[in-house]
Design a binder for this molecule. Structure first.
Ligand code: NAD
Length: 273
């Protein structure tokens, strides 16, 4: 879905991780269309990252975009990505640590490395990016001509920061932890004008959950969990992220915005309980 740009983010630079696919791609595109420069982080499939960057750059009203390969679990690689952003664009104003994975097992069968990999990408990766972002915000100082905030961090959690998820304990634990990471950032750095918020997507049509929507039967079953009765599109998240990065949402700090068609309203209780 094409979103009308309004250039709310002109003069700012964003880093979006996992930006060559699904939700990250939509966030990077929306933020770029709103005028920001964007680092399109990827770990595999450089062609897809290049395509996202070209889409942003081709549109004359947008900011500039460059792909950057980095494993978000590696401290030195994350630092190199921030250095690239500062060298190329001057600073970083918006950090969206979106990269995430699932490694699903019943808890009693979950190998330690499946637990660890999910925590490493979904939690430690978001910590490393948030930390490097805050370091850069503090180094650079306020730029009132581009934003009322010193910097913005938009962590990507999930409805599973709230809804327990059998068979996905590692994933649910990583997303539950994001709430405390994000709110602690608000408490610690809000006084310095940093805004940290989370977006908690429900079921969004991306490669991560393909088996939940790729057949009509699976999609019907999924829709039973969604009062609004449709699966989410990546653009549903992208447009919200661009707004959350802009001064239009300046008084929102320490909040999780659920974008889930009502999934967290427990539709299973409509006729039961
Ligand atoms: P996706 O699989 O399309 O995208 C995940 C991205 O993360 C990919 O680009 C992947 O290459 C990247 N990635 C994985 N490991 C990485 C690493 N070590 N370093 C850098 N990048 C890495 O899935 P998606 O649905 O777009 O997921 C994006 C985020 O949204 C994730 O954090 C996910 O948990 C969250 N989320 C998705 C849904 C959904 O329904 N799709 C729901 C709730 C939350």
């Amino acid at each position: 879905m094409y979103q009308k740009p309004n250039k709310r983010l002109t003069g700012q630079t964003a880093i979006v991780t996992g930006a060559n696919s699904g939700i990250g791609k939509a966030i990077a595109t929306s933020i770029g269309r709103d005028g920001a420069n964007v680092i399109i982080n990827y770990i595999t499939d450089p062609e897809a990252a290049e395509e996202v960057a070209n889409d942003i750059c081709d549109d004359k009203i947008c900011g500039q975009a460059i792909p950057f390969k980095c494993d978000v679990t590696k401290e030195d690689e994350v630092q190199a990505m921030f250095k690239k952003a500062v060298d190329h664009f001057g600073t970083v104003d918006i950090v969206v640590p979106n990269a995430g994975i699932q490694k699903d097992y019943p808890l009693h069968e979950m190998p330690l490395d499946a637990w660890q990999q999910v925590i490493d990408v979904n939690l430690t990766g978001q910590f490393l990016c948030a930390r490097e972002g805050i370091r850069e915000f503090l180094r650079r100082g306020m730029r009132p001509e581009v934003s009322a905030a010193l910097g913005k961090i938009i962590t990507i959690s999930s409805v599973h920061e709230k809804i327990p998820w059998a068979g996905h304990a590692n994933y649910a634990a990583s997303k539950g932890a994001i709430v405390m990471l994000m709110q602690t950032i608000t408490q610690e750095y809000g006084p310095m004008k940093v805004r940290a918020n989370s977006i908690a997507p429900g079921a969004i049509k991306t490669p991560i959950n393909r088996e939940a929507w790729e057949t009509p039967e699976a999609l019907n079953k999924l829709n039973e969990l969604i009062p609004y009765n449709r699966i989410g599109e990546p653009s549903d998240i992208g447009s919200a992220a661009a707004w959350l990065a802009s001064d239009e949402s300046d008084y929102i700090n320490g909040s999780t915005i659920f974008i889930d068609g009502g999934m967290t309203c427990y539709p299973g209780f409509t006729e039961n309980g």
